[in-house]
Design a protein around this ligand. Sequence first.
Ligand code: NI
Length: 398
Amino acid sequence: MSSELVRSFYAAAEALAPEMIARRRDFHRHPELGFQEVRTAGVVTRVLTDLGLEVRTGVGQTGVIGLLEGERPGPTVLLRFDMDALPIQEENAVEYASTTAGVMHACGHDGHTAIGLTVARLLTEARAGLAGTFKFVFQPAEEGLGGARAMVADGALEGPVPVASFGMHLWNTKPLGWIASTDGPVMSAADRFTVKLHGRGGHAASPKESRDPVVAAAHIISALQSVVSRNVDALDQAVLSVTSIHAGTAFNIIPETAEILGTVRTFTPDVRDRVIERFNALVAGLATAFEVESSVEYQSGTKAVSNNAELAARVRELAAFVPGVTHIVAGERTMGSEDMSEFMDDRPGVYFFVGSRNDERGLNFGHHHPRFDFDERALVTGAALVAAAAADYTARAA
Ligand code: NI
């Protein structure tokens, strides 16, 4: 039965491809940065309203939620699509290139929004056979600005409360026909830190009068390299990157202060806690050793996206029935982060990747590149698979 479900959604999505591609190109021409998706949200609101969905706007500033009730009772599931663009000047010479200087859909969220609207239509048209409630969440500001958190704070997870969540990303490092639905952690937690060192400034010619924060910073940065290599299990993953260091004003002055910035990426709370513990110990210990004062500002950011194994496996099973899908993998992971985790939290969820690269057509630049563009046939694959996964879940859980 699931093969029929997938194939019927695929056929319907394919019939809607011209509309979906036109919408994607419209969003691409008019990209909007996080929390400024006013035009995009307007289009989303109009389409969902025209479909007859119950629509809530202004959720987390520019977020939009649409509710669709199936004919039969069943659980509520959340389907999430992000809408924001990036501060990048587009370098593609396509007719649908960005018309806004310095802003570009360079991550594919234009495609995600177009997919979401098509999924809403597919499920609306299939409503007579559906169980449960489908909550379409169109999210602003995914690119590091906290759009998901803002929507959750604004009640996105209430009335009705979803029991499972679904999300996806077009994936330009892999070709069309490739799908990844990974068991467990799939995108990392992303934290950021600022270390401030306060010593005693002085003349470079008499360092013994000073407490040099530059030397302390150098030792701290070196020591931090040992956290992942010495304190994290070799079979776990973590990244600790120092990305910025600032100190000093002149060649002959030992400065008073130094500042170090960076990020920590982890997949599990245990590893995250251990990295933070060692991070703090090394900074405090070395600062003491070098006679400078230290303060650490450690901000826990986006949580890791961790897939429910059963749901992830089900997506792989369904993907096998999608025409054109030739490679289905279970192990794709990235140290990039995603605030889809805010919607998944304690409820089972799955976040999968849909290959969208096409080397022959030159559609093979990476995400966040000024020449990023993808094979639009991936939109059909994505829409069919999201619709099928959500409908399959509510039918089985009803
Ligand atoms: Ni993205």
